[in-house]
Design a protein around this ligand. Structure first.
Ligand code: MN
Length: 354
């Protein structure tokens, strides 16, 4: 393993990235997956090998479903210290953009083929299982490998969800254990990220992906999971930051995806978790610094939000039981909507232009 190519591509004085050296005395082999918001968005998959990190750039993220395979472009070895690197590589430098650690841990080498192919068992926080790297020479290029999730018993089927619905209510629910959100005045949308590709689906199952392509692009950058299902609303803002349904229909206004729930993370369903925990996980996977995507604000004081809604002309308030599970397609008592007016202008509370 040589770091010559790595060092050649980078300027020590300009980039915060590490430049090799020390080997820690830990005999367990390390792996890391970094989310790299470079000009070409990708994930970097790195395995400790012979004192350096063998590295592959994976545009669609690590395949999570059994039998799934993604292109993995073999790139130069990186120093071991890179496994701890997070930060921003300045504009103009090689790989300019933000690097975040998406997962890390240790791995066991299960098999090494003579052609270079590797089978590894990863022990990470998100990744736990067996993956294989195949030097597949896709399009005749020796750099183009395949990363595949090994077959196993019970492959994960892709589930199609419908959004959970709320029951109309005349007053705020009494008692504790409720949280309150503004009622958004746009298009309800389920956001499905699969292999890093984003699809937007309306409440009735219509595909909104092409119509709101810019929203999909923003979501791809903002969401820190290559395989996830989220619930939210596509809103159009006027110059004052008010969400207006009319602007959506006209195709004008600034589009914002306001997210308020999560159904799956890294292909694992989280519907059975209480709303408070889903909400915590939602906030953790959305990069609030990326424009065009926001997490809906949530309030504990329903009376105050209702008063603000009346004052500011919000469409209404949605009350949600904080221990409720997500029930796709159900209109149950756990989510309740209180309308304070008909559909027109809405101030997007908590959202500021980035
Ligand atoms: Mn990279």
């Amino acid at each position: 393993m040589s770091l010559r190519e790595y060092e050649h591509k980078r300027r020590r004085s300009r980039t915060p990235e590490p430049f090799g050296g020390a080997r820690e005395d830990d005999e367990r082999l390390r792996f890391v997956v970094q989310r790299h918001a470079a000009r070409r968005f990708h994930y970097d998959f790195r395995l400790e090998r012979d004192g350096a990190l063998a590295s592959w750039a994976v545009p669609k993220g690590i395949p999570l479903r059994r039998g799934e395979r993604h292109l993995a472009v073999h790139v130069e070895d990186h120093p071991l210290e890179y496994a701890d690197f997070e930060g921003t590589i300045p504009a103009g430098e090689y790989g300019a953009g933000t690097v975040e650690i998406w997962d890390r841990g240790t791995y066991d080498l299960l098999e090494e083929k003579r052609n270079g192919g590797l089978t590894v068992r990863l022990h990470g926080e998100r990744l736990d299982g067996v993956w294989t790297l195949v030097p597949a020479h896709l399009d005749g290029d020796p750099k183009n490998w395949l990363l595949l999730r090994k077959e196993g018993d019970g492959s994960t089927p892709t589930t199609t969800y419908s959004p959970m619905l709320s029951t109309a209510s005349e007053s705020l629910p009494p008692g504790a254990g409720w949280v309150y959100e503004p009622k958004w005045d746009g298009f309800r949308a389920l956001v499905t990220v699969s292999g890093g590709e984003v699809a937007l689906t309306s409440r009735n199952g219509n595909d909104l992906t092409e119509r709101f392509a810019s929203v999909g692009h923003a979501a791809r950058r903002a969401i820190r999971s290559a395989d996830t299902v989220l619930d939210g609303e596509i809103c159009a803002l006027d110059p004052q930051g008010r969400s207006r349904f009319g602007l959506l229909q006209e195709g004008t206004g600034t589009l914002v995806l306001v997210l308020f729930d999560v159904l799956e993370i890294d292909s694992e369903p989280v519907l059975a978790l209480p709303l408070s925990e889903r909400r915590r996980r939602l906030e953790a996977i959305v990069d609030a610094a990326i424009g065009g995507v926001a997490v809906s604000p949530q309030f504990e004081d329903g009376d105050a939000l209702l008063a603000a809604a009346r004052e500011q002309g919000l469409e209404g308030v949605v009350a949600k039981r904080s221990d409720s599970r997500y029930q796709p397609g159900r209109r149950g008592p756990d989510w309740r909507k209180l309308k304070v007016r008909g559909r027109q202008e809405v101030v997007v509370a908590g959202y500021t232009h980035g």
